[in-house]
Design a protein around this ligand. Structure first.
Ligand SMILES: Cc1ncc(COP(=O)(O)O)c(C=O)c1O
Length: 383
């Protein structure tokens, strides 16, 4: 076997560092029609439902081959009726992607926008719903991964429920670490996420956790053949099979990842580790002079946006490469207006890893000739 170089630690929004047992699960082949595979598939679907609607048989889960966006596109394209209209609540790149998907699918769409560093205003959502009786569904991102901002899904859900509409949540970077329970979220119709973020599986499968009634009503209305959630759900009910080749190895990895998630204490346990990761990261980098985009009250413990320091010697590529040489991969920023970079707190990453990362960052600042740390943009030379 070829000798592999040591893997770097992925401090990114995903794909993420995984547990060795998750990677090992992919060393075995599975027959997609074998009863053992069918049972594993059902177990995965049941465990995913239990993250949102534990013990509630009126909810189900339909997985979809592909990355998270495939799941979002499947949900919007399947669940919004052909004469329906969508309202997207958007404060970042993934909110904008919801709008883009709706436009491609020719779903009439309105947008309530907020700046990237602010939560959207539920009262504005109420105003738009009040004025537009044709809107059937509202879609919002739970943790806006562009910035790491935690959106007020509960308050938005309450407004959507008051107006008798339905809510679709893109919980891609939150599910498994931040609670989102159907019982506490009125009007919730569907939650979309993927295998490779807080569930710490391998990339390659997305899923929609949704109400059985929504799938029943969606029969025959999907705007795509392969991304038809209702048809896939019907097929699972009929003979337990995927309609098209399932990502068998990725599902085997997710099966193990979900077991590890339960062993860690489920959403509460994983969320607590990520919160501690985030605290160590933010305290450590602030101690070196970096400034976070968001105040702590808006920050989800998923990914943190740091503003690029206004130091004339700052060079993101050099910073990235020097950290990579020390075994840490970070992520460029995704803000539309301010130069920034991001560091993730999720995956098989522990507080001690973040302590090592902070020490490595200090070392890199010295190497790059920023011995006094990273002065904040407001006092630096260039924003
Ligand atoms: C909130 C959110 N939605 C959607 C996506 C898209 O997922 P993918 O890149 O897997 O298609 C991401 C990816 O980071 C995300 O964070």
């Amino acid at each position: 076997m070829t000798q592999l170089a040591a893997a770097p630690l992925l401090l990114t929004p995903g794909p993420l560092s995984t547990h060795p047992a998750v990677r090992e699960a992919m060393l075995r082949d599975h027959g997609s029609r074998d009863p053992a595979f069918t049972a594993m598939n059902q177990r995965i679907r049941d465990q995913l439902v239990a993250l949102v609607a534990p013990g509630d048989p009126t909810w189900t889960c339909v997985p979809v081959q592909g990355s998270g966006t495939f799941g979002v596109e499947a949900a919007l394209g399947s669940l919004v009726p052909l004469n329906g209209e969508l309202l997207v609540v958007s404060n970042g790149a993934y909110g904008r992607r919801l709008v883009e998907i709706a436009r491609r699918l020719e779903i009439p769409v309105r947008v309530v926008k907020a700046p990237e560093d602010e939560p959207p205003d539920p009262n504005e959502v109420a105003r738009v719903l009040g004025r537009n009786g044709g809107i059937t569904h509202v879609a919002v991102v739970h943790c806006e991964t562009t910035t790491g901002l935690l959106n007020p899904v509960g308050a938005i859900a309450a407004v959507v429920a008051r107006h008798g509409r339905r809510l679709i949540v893109d919980a891609m970077s939150a599910l498994g670490a931040l609670p989102l329970l159907a019982a506490d979220t009125p009007a919730l119709e569907a939650v979309v996420a993927s295998s490779n973020k807080c569930l710490e599986g391998a990339p390659g499968v997305a899923f929609c956790i949704t109400r059985v009634t929504a799938l029943r009503e969606a029969a025959g209305q999907a705007r795509s053949l392969s991304l038809d959630l209702s048809a896939q759900w019907a097929r699972f009910n009929q003979d337990g099979q995927w309609r098209f080749t399932p990502p068998t190895h990725v599902l085997a990895a997710l099966d193990v990842a979900l077991r590890l998630h339960a062993e860690e204490g489920g959403v509460a346990g994983r969320g607590a580790r990520y919160a501690e990761n985030c605290r160590v990261l933010v305290d450590g980098l602030r101690g070196l002079g970096f400034q976070t985009l968001l105040p702590d009250a808006l920050q989800a413990p998923i990914i943190v946006t740091f503003l690029e320091p206004g130091h004339p010697g700052w060079d993101f590529d050099a910073f990235y490469n020097a950290l990579a040489a020390r075994g840490f991969l970070i992520y460029p920023g995704k803000l539309t207006e301010r130069p920034s970079f991001r560091v993730g707190c999720i995956g098989q990453v522990f507080p001690d890893d973040l302590r090592r990362f902070v020490a490595a960052t200090q070392d890199v600042l010295l190497q790059l000739g920023l011995p006094d740390g990273a002065p904040s943009p407001s006092i630096g030379a260039a924003p």
